[in-house]
Design a protein around this ligand. Structure first.
Ligand code: NAD
Length: 323
């Protein structure tokens, strides 16, 4: 019997690919993500392990054998959900892999933006060690208020780490019971009230029609002028034009952005002219440990779904109701 074919769309740690090969799949990598190439290469695959390239209806409707798309990560806004639900193609995510890595990235943003570490580093390297008292003020996280928008897997890990720094944690997530938020020693709060009191706002929402432009001009105006906004969720949830205005007019103090409306952002992006924003290339989850975990979990989703359903982690199957 011929082996089932699995396409790896995007660069993935070899751990998962080896796992699939050991379990008798025919695995091949795709590095050219142009639509025409994807249509050709995916025509007869049984499964796709997918990083960030977009799989829209045009590509998917040409797949004759596709049974599962397994996302390397937890967001799935790059997949045409309507099409796969209608055609009973499963969608997997790596729900247990990346929350810790993203939460640590958020803490790095907080600390870097409070301590402005690069200024201190430049001072030492330029022989100006003694000018340390001339640096601008930097600040502690201790007893600062943080608002977490979205209290899912990542939001909860961020809360734990903030509590480790003795920060006061507020949560806005109308889909999570207040008791559960309180069980994590956090305070449930409404969006506007939370934005008005927070020193830090960090976003952990999925991108969808309800969350597009979730933070725009109005919300930025609610925020304090010494506050920091961090987005490691998805581009488009923060309106970039409004954020640029808010940062350049000092309506808020600073921001950390891992995700952008268009990725990669244009080299003439207005953010690049600001010195109160820290930018990272959508790599919040890309620690070595996390890349290994995501690669393996995404591959296990394919193996279990196609050959051993009883082993599949149900939380990893996004569209189980449609299958
Ligand atoms: P999750 O599904 O566990 O949690 C999302 C939370 O958002 C849920 O609790 C949900 O109730 C809440 N929510 C949804 N809509 C809301 C709304 N309108 N208002 C308030 N709350 C709302 O997801 P997660 O694993 O915590 O991941 C969150 C997002 O982070 C993902 O969707 C993904 O896009 C992004 N992400 C980014 C990276 C990165 O590399 N930067 C890595 C992993 C995940």
């Amino acid at each position: 019997m011929s082996k089932m074919k699995i396409a790896i769309v995007g660069l993935v740690h070899p751990k998962g690919l080896n796992f699939l090969r050991e379990n008798d799949f025919d695995v091949f990598e795709i590095k050219n993500f142009e639509e025409e190439n994807l249509i050709k290469k995916l025509e007869f695959v049984d499964g796709v392990l997918l990083r960030t390239p977009k799989l829209d209806k045009n590509i998917l409707s040409n797949c004759k054998n596709l049974k599962i798309i397994s996302r390397h990560g937890v967001g799935y806004d790059n997949v045409d959900l309507e099409y796969i639900n209608k055609n009973k193609i499963a969608l997997g995510i790596t729900s247990t892999s990346n929350a810790v890595s993203v939460a640590e990235h958020v803490m790095s943003f907080f600390i870097y933006l409070m301590k402005n570490l690069s200024l201190s580093d430049t001072l030492v390297r330029s022989g100006n060690f003694k000018k340390k008292s001339e640096l601008p003020n930097f600040f502690e996280l201790y007893e600062k208020k943080v608002l977490i928008l979205g209290f899912g897997r990542i939001g909860k890990e961020v809360a734990k780490r903030c509590q480790g720094f003795d920060m006061k944690v507020y949560v806005y997530d109308p889909f999570i019971k207040k008791d559960l938020i309180e069980k994590y020693n956090c305070t449930p709060i409404e969006k506007k009230e939370g934005l008005s009191l927070a020193d830090f706002v960090t976003i952990h929402l999925p991108l969808n029609d309800n969350t597009k432009n979730f933070i725009s001009e109005t919300e930025l105006k609610f925020m304090k002028d010494n506050s920091i906004l961090v987005n490691t969720s998805r581009g488009g949830i923060v309106n970039e034009k409004s954020l640029y205005e808010a940062l350049s007019k000092k309506i808020i103090k600073g921001a950390g952005m891992d995700v952008f409306e268009t990725e990669p952002p244009d080299l003439k992006h207005p953010f690049f002219n600001l010195d109160n924003i820290l930018l990272t290339p959508h790599n919040a989850a890309l620690t070595l440990e996390c890349r290994e975990r995501m690669s393996l979990e995404a591959s296990q989703n394919i193996f279990y779904f196609l050959k051993n359903k009883s082993m599949l982690n149900e939380d990893n199957l996004v569209n189980k109701d449609f299958l």
